[in-house]
Design a binder for this molecule. Structure first.
Ligand SMILES: Cc1cc2nc3c(=O)[nH]c(=O)nc-3n(C[C@H](O)[C@H](O)[C@H](O)COP(=O)(O)O)c2cc1C
Ligand code: SF4
Ligand code: FES
Length: 553
């Protein structure tokens, strides 16, 4: 496909779209899909055929509509009405009432101008509600692959890198490293062979941002990776995705096949002399395989274990060759930076955290799901406007950001802006986008125990501080929540937290103590109540009245 053909498809698709008065958009994200939305299209089309409405109402399977906790969702355009909790049993009735009987269902309806949507700003999630993830032409109809065309035909490799540098984009996989600088480092390596890798491992418990991008807009990821490959001079790419994401694998596989067939991957892309192809590598679902050096080892067919850095993958990555590794969301921002310019991107967000961030809103909040906000929105806006407040009108206690590597932020910081620097200042991190809201009935020791159990289970065992330290910390936390701990155990827990943090080889061990340290910093009274009063303030733990003697375990 050359640029003329791309424009032609764009025009034809938009001509077809403009013939319909309405569009029924069925959420095809994993959550709605697994709750039955996969069967809606046929049912809806039968209703439309029955009432002779097929020529005026289009039916499209689209990506995640965001409000996953209330799915399956069906959106009707141009009305901007979103029906929640739709089922195989009621979808025909909803369509009949909306289009034929003109008595639309009123319960479980949300408007597109609800604060949940209004407060968001879409770059990564843009057009999730318009594009059919399984249809390349549908992606092109909403501007897909124009950024690739612009990069290949109008920009030099260095121009692309300069634009990404100007944008201020920082890696969305957790560490927040400047993307343009990483691209430049790889581009400058004197090697004929280079690789581009996408980290789609997403192992944080409760996180589903990257999965949603891969499922809802696979071509956006392919486009970002192909632009990256052009910029750094790579000819082969890999997407590493866990086997627990079968829908993402299915849609990515189809997108890769379709892009190859259309000449958007493979040799002489868009008629230029640039060639690049992408393969998928399926991981077994180990959290540590999200760490970049472990991920690269896994792609090479070795056991997924981190190694010492330097050398960094940008210098010595896959099979010893320079390798660019970025997160799914990082690549999904690239199309917009190329199309709108780095300055445009840099104008969104805060001084040091540019652009937007996608979060998986979860926990004791009314609107759980997938959201994208400009960097710098406050925790209050996230919880009370986008999130619709705490379930049951309960009191907000804390929010956990950054998953197992992050920390718990208490209520007193509710007006804190959500950006890389502010979160770090209060002892947490942005991480990859977990945002778990907790109410007054949450025990913070129990939360810390949950994350420590996770890290102890997921430790690869290569280095002793992490392999042994996380298990002992987990056991001490168990003693505390059981009511068997002494102040000596508590001191051991704190000593171990610093030791594991300082002496572990990779980020897993170095950050594993964070949930414990931040909960001690802000909720120490809860630890002390378990230990000294044999009482769980939140009434979550079954604290027993043991007669305790001082022991290490
Ligand atoms: C234990 C551990 C798990 C990680 N898991 C992920 C992950 O699932 N996805 C991801 O993109 N980065 C993950 N990272 C960060 C990667 O090592 C790496 O920094 C990232 O993929 C770089 O891409 P970015 O610059 O676009 O963020 C993890 C790091 C550690 C230490
Ligand atoms: S810190 Fe933990 S996960 Fe990382 S290498 Fe050491 S044992 Fe493995
Ligand atoms: S999967 Fe349907 S709203 Fe997210």
């Amino acid at each position: 496909m050359n640029v003329e053909e791309l424009k032609d498809i764009y025009q034809k698709q938009n001509d077809v779209l403009s013939k319909y008065k309405h569009r029924i958009l069925i959420c095809g994200g994993a959550s709605c899909h697994s709750l039955g939305s996969v069967s809606f299209k046929k049912i809806v089309e039968d209703v439309l055929a029955k009432y002779d409405l097929k020529d005026s109402v289009a039916v499209v399977n689209v990506g995640c509509l965001g409000l996953c906790g209330k799915g399956p969702l069906v959106k009707i355009e141009p009305e901007g009405i979103i029906y929640t909790n739709v089922s195989v049993e009621n979808v025909a009735d909803i369509v009949e009432r909306h289009f034929v009987k003109r008595t639309p269902r009123e319960d479980g309806v949300m408007r597109a101008d609800d604060p949940f949507y209004r407060k968001q700003f879409y770059i990564v999630l843009k057009d999730f509600s318009n594009v059919d993830p399984a249809d390349l032409n549908s992606y092109i109809a909403f501007g897909g692959y124009t950024a690739l065309a612009k990069s290949l035909l109008e920009m030099s490799r260095q121009d692309v890198i300069e634009e990404v540098k100007k944008s201020g984009l920082r890696g969305r996989g957790g560490a927040g490293f400047p993307t343009g600088i990483k691209w430049e480092t790889v581009s400058k390596q004197p090697s004929e062979t280079k690789f581009v890798v996408c980290n789609g491992d997403e192992g944080d418990p409760g996180a589903f941002m990257d999965r949603s991008v891969m499922e809802s807009m696979p071509h956006r990821l392919l486009e970002g990776m192909t632009i990256a490959a052009y910029a750094v001079g790579a000819s082969q790419g890999f997407i590493y995705v866990r086997a627990e994401y079968p829908l993402a694998i299915e849609r990515l596989s189809k997108a890769i096949r379709d892009a190859r067939r259309a000449g958007l991957l493979g040799t002489n892309i868009m008629g230029t002399n640039f060639s690049f192809d992408i393969s998928i590598r399926v991981g077994a679902g180990a959290f540590v395989c999200g760490e970049e050096t472990a991920l690269l080892a896994s792609i090479e067919g070795k056991r997924g274990m981190p190694r010492q850095r330097p050398p960094f993958p940008a210098e010595k990555g896959l099979w010893g060759y320079p390798t660019l590794i970025n997160n799914v969301e990082t690549y999904a921002n690239i199309y917009a930076i190329i199309n709108n310019g780095g300055d445009w991107f840099a104008s969104i967000g805060t001084q040091k955290s540019k652009g937007t961030k996608v979060f998986a809103l979860a926990g004791k909040i009314n609107n759980t799901g997938l959201v994208e906000v400009p960097m710098g929105v406050t925790i209050r806006e996230m919880i009370y406007e986008i999130g619709g407040g705490i379930q049951g009108g309960k009191k907000f206690k804390a929010v956990q950001t950054g998953g197992p590597s992050g920390g718990c932020i208490p209520e007193k910081f509710i007006d804190l802006p959500v950006d890389y620097e502010s979160l770090r200042e209060v002892g947490s991190i942005m991480g990859s986008g977990g945002f778990i809201v907790m109410d007054e009935n949450t025990c913070m020791v129990d939360v810390a125990k949950f994350f420590m159990e996770f890290c102890a289970d997921e430790s690869c065992g290569k280095c002793i501080p992490c392999r042994v330290g996380t298990v002992i910390m987990k056991d001490i936390l168990q003693k505390i929540t059981d009511g068997r701990a002494t102040m000596r155990d508590y001191q051991n827990l704190k000593d171990l937290a610093y030791m594991v943090r300082e002496m572990s080889l990779c980020g897993l061990g170095q950050t594993a103590p964070n949930p414990v340290l931040s909960s001690i910093m802000y909720f120490e009274e809860e630890y002390l109540a378990h230990i000294n009063e044999r009482r769980c303030i939140a009434n979550v733990c079954e604290v027993k009245q043991f007669d305790v003697v001082n022991t290490y375990l």
